[in-house]
Design a protein around this ligand. Structure first.
Ligand SMILES: O=C(O)[C@@H](CO)OP(=O)(O)O
Ligand SMILES: [Mg+2]
Length: 414
């Protein structure tokens, strides 16, 4: 049994914001897997807790031995049971005792060790030998909101999708070209722009939301024409960060505008119509399933309306969203739910119901490349993982390698 776990090691490492996070090594008789946990800034309130009070240091000093002693001797292929054991060790509903980042890093390292035990890449171990589809890269171009400083746009992420790309390399480099072009276009609107970037490598301009939307769309058209492929704009509005529960309004500080839910529906629909948006994530507060459902009814036939904070990769919340027709896409972030098997269950439910799963990074990342394998192995037609920057290109470059390995690679289907 090459996949029997022999050792589990936990260490504190840096993330891209300079915060501590956790990296786990799992050794089996015949293989080895390593994975690290990312962390969010605009987190959903229903996500599992990242770390116990005491943080990564406490996990390393007091929990490593306990966790290792439970897992040593188990079969790394039995990932569901291993995830259950981790939940039992924790003993809370929201993984507050050992931390969802601890469990997810172990869970992903176990899966990688299992794959390595049988000399397989993770995507093939998860997706089978017929897997051959690659995800369109949803690339982050400009940052605002919680991922940027003051004076930035309120909308958190201005993204693009190279939907006309015929392969991964073409899509990834199209996004990099847009990122470059946007620097020039920002300078035309903001002469004091110094080239500052946000947490995910997108530019942080001091311009209005309207100006940002305009140059985002211009960059898609110009670069799309030059490269001869269709590139469409997309947004993550991260509207939970804009929502003021007392005022019952979305506060757009940069524009000095407040919008109630009805105004917000009209505002987002207008943006989708005007700019032919391919994808809009979290256009409403995380508790507003009804607002999501109203927007999806209006634009769901031409735009992906995606829930991130709304669903937090949680199967029960997704089931509620399916019942209410709240969205037609879901962000998949393993550390929101704390394990690979629960992440897989949510992806499965999404696919069974025609909801597009979009595997995603977090704003605080490491050079861990696991999500590139999850996107391919889970057959996710899109991956959200930035456009430039070391911790972002770790995933993109891994997708380039995976494309090279696949016998008959093709871009995913929506
Ligand atoms: O809102 C998001 O989708 C993510 C990643 O882009 O941000 P965070 O990791 O801060 O939640
Ligand atoms: Mg989001």
């Amino acid at each position: 049994m090459d996949s029997i776990i022999e050792d589990v090691q936990v260490r504190k490492i840096l993330d891209s914001r300079g915060n501590p996070t956790i990296e786990v090594d799992v050794k089996t008789w015949g293989g080895y897997g390593r994975a690290a946990a990312p962390s969010g800034a605009s987190t959903g309130s229903r996500e599992v807790v990242s770390f116990p009070e005491g943080g990564v240091d406490l996990v390393v000093s007091e929990m490593e031995d306990l966790i290792a002693s439970e897992l040593i001797g188990m079969d790394a292929c039995d990932i569901t049971t291993i995830d259950e054991v981790l939940r039992e060790i924790d003993g809370t509903d929201n993984l507050a005792a050992i931390g969802g980042n601890t469990t997810v890093a172990i869970s992903m390292a176990v899966a990688k060790a299992a794959a390595a035990s049988y000399n397989m890449p993770l995507y093939q171990y998860l997706g089978g030998s017929m897997v051959n589809e690659l995800p369109y890269p949803l690339g982050n171009m400009m940052n605002g909101g919680a991922h940027a400083g003051v004076n930035a746009p309120d909308i958190q992420e201005f993204l693009v999708v190279p939907i006309g790309a015929s392969n991964m390399v073409e899509g990834i480099f199209a996004n990099a070209s847009i990122h470059k072009r946007l620097k020039e276009l920002i300078q035309s609107k903001d002469s004091a722009f110094t080239g500052g970037k946000g947490d995910e490598g997108g530019w942080v301009p001091n311009i209005t939301n309207a100006d940002a939307l305009e140059i985002q769309s211009k960059a898609c058209e110009e670069v799309g024409d030059e490269l001869g492929i269709e590139i469409r704009p997309a947004l993550d509005m991260a509207a939970s960060e804009l929502w003021d529960g007392n005022e019952q309004k979305y506060i757009y500080a940069q524009d000095g505008i407040k919008r109630d839910t009805g105004d917000q529906i009209d505002f987002v629909k207008d943006i989708i119509d005007t700019y032919n948006m391919f994808y809009v994530e979290d256009p409403f507060d995380e508790s507003d399933f009804e607002g999501f459902a109203q927007l999806t009814a209006k634009v769901g036939d031409k735009c992906l309306v995606c829930g991130d904070d709304l669903f937090v990769t949680n199967k029960e919340l997704l089931a509620k969203g399916i019942e209410m027709n709240a969205a037609n896409a879901i962000i998949i972030k393993p550390n929101q739910i704390g394990s690979l098997s629960e992440t897989h269950a949510t992806v499965k439910l999404a696919k069974e119901n025609g909801i597009v799963p979009v595997v995603s990074h977090r704003s605080g990342e490491t050079t861990d490349e696991t999500i590139a394998h999850l996107a391919v192995g889970f057959n996710s037609p899109m991956i959200k993982t930035g456009a430039i920057g070391g911790e972002r290109i770790a995933k993109l470059n891994e997708l380039i390698r995976i494309e090279e390995e696949l016998p008959n690679p093709r871009m995913g289907k929506f």
